[in-house]
Ligand binder design. Structure first.
Ligand SMILES: [Zn+2]
Length: 238
């Protein structure tokens, strides 16, 4: 069995529930690879080989060693679970999508860890927000984008079926970290000649909810605006 573990929901983030409600120590019990964000929607998180990295709102990368640091939202998995080797030629976000459709994986959760040389990488990172928390769409307007050519690194991300839109951002949600640990973030688009790595097809989706978090319990989900809001806040650009 291969399990993808998710803490909280995207709808909670959209409902301004941005306070950290799980520790990195808790997350690491459920995976050694993954993505997320920190308390206050503070930057982007990527977990690689069990090590956690934080890309701040200015685009700086920090190695995180304090496992009591908290996250409002994250997805992780164990890379030792059943996985398939995959390789790409001319990788980009469009090919990430065809990777799913070609293998008839639209209705499953999948995860990738892909390494290689990138001709171009475009990422974004959100600045930390303070209470009262702004909406995700307000934050989208303040987050910064960063681009880099000719960079080696690792992509880690998850594909979620359309059916779960709102619980997650349906489609791919991918983060990047350069091998020299100086560049990374939430991936908006990329171009690469050859990426190799692992595709894990999850037959188990574990959703952990912060039931002791007052803001989580009080937030209201706007079902009508959910799809557009998720696409605006979390979508990739190509
Ligand atoms: Zn992200």
């Amino acid at each position: 069995m291969a399990t993808v573990y998710q803490h909280s929901t995207l709808a909670a983030l959209m409902g301004k529930v941005l306070g950290g409600s799980a520790t990195l120590a808790e997350l690491k019990q459920h995976g050694d690879a993954g993505i997320g964000t920190f308390d206050g929607l503070d930057g982007e998180m990527i977990m690689v080989d069990g090590e956690v990295y934080y890309m701040d709102g200015e685009g700086q990368i920090h190695h995180v060693t304090d496992m009591e640091k908290t996250v409002p939202f994250a997805t992780v998995h164990h890379t030792s679970d059943e996985k398939q080797k995959v390789s790409f030629s001319a990788g980009n976000m469009k090919e990430m999508v065809s990777l799913i459709s070609d293998r008839q994986l639209e209705n499953t959760f999948s995860g990738v860890v892909l390494r290689g040389s990138f001709n171009h990488m475009k990422v974004r990172s959100a600045p930390k927000s303070e209470r009262p928390f702004p909406s995700l769409s307000e934050i989208t307007h303040t987050q910064r984008e960063f681009e880099k050519d000719d960079v080696d690194g690792v992509l880690i991300g998850y594909y979620s079926p359309e059916l779960y839109q709102g619980t997650v951002a349906a489609g791919w949600h991918v983060h990047f970290l350069s091998d020299d640990r100086t560049f990374g973030g939430h991936v908006l688009g990329f171009d690469a000649n050859e990426l190799t790595g692992d595709l894990t097809i999850f037959d188990n989706y574990e959703l952990h909810l912060p039931i002791h978090d007052k803001e989580f319990r009080e937030h209201h989900v706007d079902m009508d605006g959910l799809k557009e809001g998720v696409a605006a806040a979390e979508g990739s650009q190509d």
